[in-house]
Design a binder for this molecule. Structure first.
Ligand code: HDD
Length: 705
């Protein structure tokens, strides 16, 4: 069985991992230079006299320092911060009716993949929980070449034409005069651009929602964004939208949590992914497709080539056609995650592009950027990006060429090399573009079918639950509140009035502006789309959820053990917290190892909190500890499940959250009386964790944590 495979699951495809093997290197025995010369002293440079100057002759020092000086490569101009993982993809059924793509034919095949998740705006060292779009880039190493699905966790994009991409990125990145702010869109230049570029409006709604604050990269959707084509062996082409549906459901953080996590653990998402894979909790997504016959493309009232539009799932259902599983962490961050090069132009026979002007620009940009990021045209030879199928052509030379091409023939057509390598006709699997008819004048311009910038923003807004709408209003208020130029705030509020007058009024009120008047809402003609809301997503299980157990000396160890065992059986993770590290002595004298302190791992880093009972000394110590009291108030404020056993209720009292006699119980706050079996509490607690949040508490904002 493979190191990272769960017992009982068949082993993952080894093809890519095997291909990486010749490049993997352990520490070795003798220390040498890069030329293999053994080194006898790696502590001291060569010098003239024990206190004299260093000598230029010191080839060991020179080599070491030179290599160190050049360790850094340019970070990605966008999506600089990210983390990757290996895994595999398996299709559920043969998709030959829709596509000839090799990896979508045989349900027995496991196609190796490498996936990289990222934030967009921040630098490589920025925080994971910034309000931002998340990149979701998947490289399928298929037998017919690499297919890269370079998507995001949001199904639309800010702009419609690649011509606008550098402007968008300049506007959102830190401002050029003072490089402020890092990893944040809450500043004047972004909102100046956004307010003047109304095609951004739909995407802004998503980015101001909790979609831009994933709880975990394992719990977010992914989208190919553009309309692509699936082409079958008969050459029949259909339009397709790609989706990734997370098996664990779609869950977000609250903005207050995200900001606090940024300070406590800026690597929150990276750590979460790494640890889940190390534990064997392999993240999984289903690949979904929305398929549209080309002759139906005009029936929607919007243009399928416009990347600021979705096709609502209620209009074209998402068919789930396969499963992606991530089951191995990289061995080396730089060699794999940093050097991997994705490109939406890496496609395989059976898949094709459309004329989406954003996609068309991307087809140029991604190779181009690797030239400066990875230092030349041979980046396809870097182990992590190499296809697992052989590749042959007459491209030669360039910086860092690894392949040693033999023979004298480096051109096509040739007779001296028997005409090889030879083209493969489409019927034998060679790539052929869909023969779309093109009869139009050369011009610069935007199709009138791209002109509606607001109606799908209205659809998104109307499809959100009340609490999700509250979060969107709060996000706009926060972001625009950081904008210093009042005219930009006003312009943005006026744009929102075209989305929904209530939304505009609420944001205006928060900003101290008058509600816009006389602006017509551009309403989506159809019904709301429930698929756009995150509330209620998931299968209701507590799988991989994290629970903090608050303790002090004198805690009831049996309750801790029983709750921990029940939670672990439900697939949740527990950490024992106390005021300081070391052990806590349970009531029966057993030492329980403390995993973290209240201060180091506050409630924002957990999904739920359990307070066991214990001696009066235990509850007294917790009541007297401000961090412990704050723990419960903050978990309550963020609408998380809280379970309290027996005397643990004392901490609830201290936090002013104890049940009030003759009043209905607080939603999601579960209390077991002294003498009650922990099993019942654990059962209800696990069900509560599966609900993720108790949003009905959100209105009770009187509690300030
Ligand atoms: Fe892009 C990186 C996703 C529009 C130009 N993009 C990049 C990555 C993702 C996306 C996930 C990170 C890949 C990785 O992990 O290495 N980009 C998107 C999506 C877009 C999009 C979903 C719209 C639908 N991008 C877009 C446009 C352009 C670019 C319009 C330029 C015309 N994107 C780039 C880039 C990057 C990149 C500058 C930076 C690093 C890289 O490519 O390899 O070329």
């Amino acid at each position: 069985m493979e190191k990272h495979d769960k017992p009982g699951t068949p082993s993952a495809s080894q093809d890519k991992l095997d291909a990486l093997d010749p490049f993997r290197q352990g520490p070795g025995q003798a220390l040498t230079t890069n030329q293999g010369t053994p080194i006898s002293d790696n502590q001291n440079s060569l010098r003239a006299g024990i206190r004299g100057p260093s000598l230029l002759e010191d080839f060991i020092l020179r080599e070491k320092i030179t290599h160190f000086d050049h360790e850094r490569i340019p970070e990605r101009v966008v999506h600089a911060r990210g983390e990757g993982a290996h895994g595999f993809f398996q299709v559920y059924r043969c998709m030959s009716d829709l596509t000839s793509a090799d990896f979508l034919q045989n349900p027995e095949d496991r196609t190796p993949v490498f996936v990289r998740f990222s934030t967009v705006a921040g630098s490589r060292g920025s925080t994971d929980t910034a309000r931002d779009v998340r990149g979701f880039a998947v490289k399928f190493y298929t037998r017919a070449g690499n297919f890269d699905l370079v998507g995001n966790n949001i199904p639309v994009f800010f702009v419609q034409d690649a011509m606008k991409f550098p402007d968008l990125v300049h506007a959102v990145k830190p401002e050029p005069h003072n490089e402020i702010p890092q990893a944040a869109s809450a500043h004047d230049t972004f909102w100046d651009f956004a307010s003047l570029t109304t095609e951004t409006t739909h995407m802004l709604m998503w980015v101001m929602s909790d979609r831009a604050l994933p709880r975990s990269h394992r719990m977010m959707e992914g989208f190919g964004v553009h309309t692509f084509r699936l082409v079958n062996a008969e050459g029949h082409s259909r339009l397709v939208k790609f989706h990734w549906k997370p098996v664990l459901g779609i869950h977000g953080l609250a903005w207050d949590e995200a900001q606090k996590i940024s300070g406590k653990d800026p690597d929150f998402h990276r750590r979460d992914l790494w640890e889940a894979i190390e534990r064997g909790d392999y993240p999984e997504w289903e690949l979904g497709i929305q398929v549209i016959e080309e002759d139906q493309a005009d029936k929607f009232g919007f243009d399928l080539l416009d990347a600021t539009k979705i096709v609502p799932e209620e209009l074209v259902p998402v068919q789930r056609i396969g499963r992606l599983t991530l089951n191995r962490n990289p061995d080396n961050f730089f060699a794999e995650t940093e050097q991997v090069a994705f490109h939406p132009g890496h496609i395989v026979p059976g898949i094709d592009f459309t004329n989406d002007p954003l996609l068309q620009g991307r087809l140029f940009s991604y190779t181009d950027t690797q030239l400066s990021r990875l230092g030349g045209p041979n980046f396809h030879e870097i182990p992590i990006s190499r296809s697992i199928c052989p590749f042959h052509n007459h491209q030669r030379d360039g910086m860092h060429r690894m392949t040693i091409n033999t023979g004298r023939v480096n051109y096509d057509r040739n007779s001296l090399g028997a005409g090889l390598p030879a083209e493969l006709p489409p019927e034998q699997g060679g790539f052929a573009s869909v023969a779309e008819t093109m009869e139009s004048p050369k011009l610069r311009g935007r199709s009138p079918s791209f002109a509606d910038h607001f109606s799908q923003a209205n659809l998104f807004w109307r499809s959100q639950t009340a609490v999700e709408q509250d979060h969107i209003v709060a996000a706009f208020a926060f972001e625009l509140g950081k904008v210093e130029t009042v005219a930009i705030r006003e312009r943005m509020v006026a744009n929102l009035a075209q989305v929904d007058s209530g939304l505009a009024e609420r944001v205006a009120r928060e900003l101290g502006l008058p509600a816009p008047t006389g602006i017509t809402v551009c309403a989506w003609p159809g019904s709301p789309s429930p698929a756009l809301s995150m509330v209620g997503s998931g299968d209701g299980s507590a799988l991989t959820r994290s629970v903090a157990i608050l303790t002090a000396d004198g805690v009831d160890g049996e309750q801790v053990a029983a709750m921990r065992s029940a939670l672990n059986s439900a697939g949740a993770q527990c950490k024992l917290l106390a005021a300081r590290l070391g052990d806590v002595a349970s009531a029966d004298g057993t030492a329980l190892a403390v995993d973290a302190t209240f201060a180091a791992m506050p409630s924002v880093m957990f999904d739920a909190v359990f307070v066991p009972g214990g001696h009066s000394t235990c509850i007294g110590a917790l009541r007297a500890n401000g961090d412990a009291v704050h723990y419960l108030r903050e978990a309550y404020k963020h609408c998380k499940p809280i379970a309290v056993a027996a005397d643990g209720v004392g901490l609830l009292e201290e936090a002013a959250l104890a049940p009030v006699p003759h009043q209905p119980a607080e939603p999601g706050v579960l209390v077991a009386a002294p003498g009650d079996a922990i099993d019942g509490l654990a059962h209800d607690f696990i069900a509560a964790i599966g609900k993720h949040r108790f949003w009905s508490r959100a209105g009770l904002a009187s509690i300030a944590a």
